[in-house]
Design a protein around this ligand. Structure first.
Ligand code: PHE
Ligand code: ZN
Length: 880
């Protein structure tokens, strides 16, 4: 393990390397305990200086330059420098030995369920062999894998299989050649006992390509959805961006132990099994949706990430922000194809909900950074919601500003300039600018400013002139920051709820009902003509920019927009605002009560059957506690929880007959199919069960018990289980949990849900056992394992993130539990440990008593001697 205090790396310090690697030949003699890696590199000089090779935790058995030991070589802190004065081209051979079975970090070459897998992004390749392991070194790879045939019948690497055969002593080999030069972070190998689902498709130019999904034996019946998603993604990229699959063979491999979601290795994507395996009995609608988007995400990386890659890791959002935007658009198109435009809007709402819950707090906390950071200690800590999700919002704004065609032209120009290169975010934005003849210098500030901007809106009507002046003012968290270019989509609604065609001052006639205003100064005024007082503004429609929109609206105006806003996003947003203000007021009250007007507004949406169930579900789902805590002046999880309990119970009790009626009316007949319409009905029924069970409604609990026991698909079964666990019906919940465990105890992915739902359980009454004690017991469960990241995320992550009132317990037991888990994970898997460490980074937002308790634990951890750079960076910044 790395224990040294990591130095800070700065974006401004980027220098090209003096040497590059043109080709690499890797020979792996694979073994679970002792794999030997022979690496032969043809290196060429491109500037002054030594040849640099990076390495981490390796046993090096040999290193030669042109067949002899190097004459002048330094080897310090994982960095080898070899002086090669007078040479322009050399052959370097390195032989290393690695132990995959001892690799608990899951970076480099590691073992999972008896198979061998690699993970190289960002800096895992140096844990396999010595190499200039940076994304700006692009190399042609040839890879030979040799292994025992019985244990490892399947041998895969990037590109095309060019040779395979038998060897002595039960061993066999396969040789793979990747025709495309690539950075080392995209290297991958798999040696395992797997079965495969094959499909052949013809690409737009008429080439036949082989698509494959590899899974463990017994899981072949769960691979179809991933395969369908892959085919859909391939078609979509052809149609939308004119981008074709460039390989003859494209493989997806599912693995049970994986730190992240999935990895876009060239032609050989390696996936967390969670994002591959699905069948109706074990996967929920949400799982199906996630699989579709992650499969597409990795596929889209083939162009945005692999063909054009990042010059250095500071540019990470170049590939991630862009690829998240692409997968969001893809999913929205797929949903709209099957479920119409509402399905598209619901997808947008879900994406923004993630941004507000995960990214906004990050951007307001000690780890805040621009989408292109200026400095880091551990790059693994910068695979963040900011780089990914806010990065995608920045790309979306470009799409809004340039229009779909302009954006496409920019993409075409980007590829024509940079195919095969490792480039920067500036290169991307410049291509967009040049293709459209638009100056994007100001827009570039989105890449260097951190923090969520606020746009204040002031609306002033002039009744006589029938004009309305909209004054928009932007403010930045870092006071000296220059103003941003912020596209603000605006509409107005008349008294009967219809959108008004808008005419800006100076225009001859009224046009569209939604207009995108470009806010480029600190403050700007926009004058609309022909608008009567009382017209209701609807601002930031579709969430046209990742900002906080601040506007004074009465409860009545919010209720009106909840019922009438023509923009579905803003309709949802109005509901969120109304819920937020109501819950915050309740949390601040000694005798919290749900206002009657609020229940009426809620009721109106619930019973508006003209609205899709999927939309009603998102509109009637309360904001997450994480988001709400962020809105409190002093975050008080206990007070908020009390308000949440009263709110859900009241809505369950007051609207019980409505929920029960919709439950019956929305039953989905027939076989399960993954379809946004069906999924929407199931989701609204599940939401109804949650409210009903929260209120301990007799019929609701009965329905949930039945469904948890008998439902044919996991969406309904798990929805019911969740409703029971998240309720005062303690006994029914326990029975359902036990039955669920008996049915699915052997299924790791399903058990992840079982752990997560218990970790997120609220305490509805003092009789209920405290959640923390329950979690402590669950760590002893045979299906739990500290070595499996999914288990960590399900049991611990779900507790820290989704259960603030139980985690931030006034006695500090939650924080002590947290610190002990960080200690364990720090030694075993620092990447995952650092993710868990981040769950307390916003501790300064909490009450003084909680702050004191949190500080003690953070300071205690920082005294540990063997702290990994990943965990240390998080803790130091949290305290800093
Ligand atoms: N590049 C991967 C993705 O976004 C994420 C990842 C990062 C996976 C680092 C593993 C390690 O698709
Ligand atoms: Zn990605």
């Amino acid at each position: 393990m790395r224990t040294e205090h990591a130095p800070t790396i700065h974006r401004a310090d980027y220098r090209p390397l003096a040497w590059t690697v043109d080709t690499v030949e890797l020979y792996f003699s694979l073994d679970a305990e002792a794999s030997i890696v022979r690496n032969t590199m043809q290196c060429t000089r491109q500037g002054d200086g030594p040849l640099v090779l990076l390495h981490e935790g390796l046993m090096r058995e040999d290193l030669t330059v042109n067949g002899a030991p190097p004459k002048a070589m330094r080897d310090e802190d994982g960095r080898i420098e070899i002086d090669l004065d007078g040479e322009d081209a050399v052959e370097v051979v390195v032989v290393t030995r690695v132990n995959p079975s001892a690799n608990t970090e899951l970076s480099g070459l590691y073992q999972s369920a008896g198979g061998l897998f690699t993970q190289c992004e960002a800096e895992g390749f140096r844990r396999i062999t010595c190499f200039p392991d940076r994304p700006d070194v692009m190399t042609r790879f040839t890879v030979t894998l040799e292994a025992d045939r019985r244990d490892y019948p399947v041998l895969l690497s990037n590109g095309n299989l060019v040779e395979q055969g038998e060897l002595e002593a039960g061993r066999h080999y396969a040789k793979w050649e990747d025709p495309f030069p690539k950075p080392s972070y995209l290297f991958a190998l798999v040696a395992a006992d797997l079965v495969v689902l094959d499909r052949k498709v013809t690409t737009v130019s008429g080439r036949e390509v082989l698509l494959q999904v590899y899974v463990e034996a017994g899981n072949l019946d769960r691979a179809d959805h991933a395969m369908d998603s892959l085919v859909n993604a391939l078609r979509w990229d052809e149609e939308t961006f004119g981008l074709e699959l460039d390989l003859d063979r494209y493989m997806i491999v599912a693995v049970g132990d994986f730190n992240m979601g999935a990895m876009e290795n060239k032609g050989l994507n390696i996936f967390n099994a969670k994002y591959v395996l699905a069948k109706p009995e074990t996967a929920t609608d949400v799982d199906y949706e996630h699989i579709e988007s992650v499969v597409a995400h990795e596929y889209f990386h083939n162009w945005t990430g692999n063909r054009v890659t990042c010059r250095d890791w500071f540019q990470l959002t170049l590939k991630e922000g862009l690829t998240v935007f692409r997968d969001q658009q893809f999913s929205a198109d797929m949903l709209a194809r099957a479920g119409g435009e509402t399905a598209r809007a619901v997808k947008r709402i879900e994406d923004v909900r993630v941004l507000r819950t995960a990214q906004f707090p990050e951007d307001a906390g000690p780890m805040a950074h621009p989408i292109r950071p200026d400095a880091y200690q551990a790059i693994d800590n910068f695979y963040t919601a900011t780089v990914y999700e806010k990065g995608a919002e920045v790309i979306r704004m470009l799409h809004t500003i340039l229009g779909p065609e302009g954006f496409r032209n920019g993409m075409d120009l980007y590829f024509s300039y940079h195919d095969g290169q490792a480039v920067t975010c500036d290169d991307f934005v410049e291509a967009m600018s040049e293709a459209n003849g638009v100056d994007l210098d100001q827009f570039m500030r989105w890449y260097s400013q951190r923090g969520t901007p606020t746009v204040h809106a002031d609306v002033a009507f002039d009744g006589e002139a029938e004009t309305c002046t909209l004054t928009l003012t932007q403010s930045r968290p870092d006071k000296d920051d220059e103003p941003l270019q912020i596209p603000v989509a605006v509409g107005f609604i008349n008294a009967v709820g219809d959108d008004i065609p808008l005419r800006l001052q100076g225009e001859a006639e009224a046009g569209a009902t939604t207009r995108v205003l470009q806010l480029t100064e600190r403050q700007q005024q926009f004058v609309f003509e022909g608008l009567r007082p009382g017209s209701v503004p609807s601002l930031l429609r579709g969430f046209s920019a990742p900002v906080v929109m601040a506007i004074n609206e009465s409860d009545a105006q919010l209720a009106f927009r909840m019922a009438h806003d023509a923009d579905p996003f803003n309709r949802w947003d109005a509901a969120q605002r109304y819920m937020t203000r109501t819950l915050l007021a309740m949390a601040a009250s000694d005798a919290p009560e749900v206002p009657r007007a609020f229940i009426a507004a809620f009721d109106t949406v619930l019973n508006n059957i003209a609205l899709d169930p999927a939309f009603r579900t998102v509109a009637l789902t309360l904001p997450s506690e994480a988001y709400l805590l962020e809105q409190m002046d002093v975050a008080d999880p206990a007070a908020l929880r009390r308000a949440m309990i009263i709110m859900t119970q009241t809505l369950g009790r007051a609207l019980a007959d409505d929920w029960l009626g919709h439950d019956e009316a929305l039953a989905v007949p027939g076989e399960y199919r993954y379809h946004p319409g069906d999924a929407g009905s199931r989701a609204l029924r599940n939401l109804g069960l949650r409210y009903l069970c929260a209120a301990n409604d007799h019929q609701g609990v009965g329905l949930a018990e039945l469904r948890a026991a008998n439902a044919k698909n996991m969406s309904e079964r798990f929805g019911a289980l969740m409703a029971l666990v998240q309720s005062p019906a303690v006994e029914a919940a326990q029975l359902a949990l036990t039955a669920f465990e008996q049915t699915f105890g052997g299924d790791a992915l399903v058990m992840d849900k079982w752990f997560a739902v218990q970790a997120a359980a609220w305490r509805w009454s003092p009789e209920q056992p405290a959640t923390l004690e329950r979690i402590e017991a669950l760590t002893q469960h045979p299906a739990f394992s500290l070595g499996n990241p999914n288990k960590i995320y399900s049991l611990f992550g779900s507790f820290f993130r989704n259960n603030p009132a139980e985690f931030h317990r006034p006695d500090g037991a939650g924080y002590r539990f947290w610190a002990d888990r960080i200690r364990e994970l720090n030694a075993r898997n620092p990447q995952v440990g650092a993710r868990m460490a981040r769950m307390l980074e916003n501790w300064r937002r909490y009450t003084p008593e909680l702050q004191q308790l949190a500080r003690e634990q953070i300071e205690g951890l920082l005294k540990e001697e063997a702290l990994s750079p990943d965990v240390r960076e998080v803790l130091e910044k949290a305290l800093g």
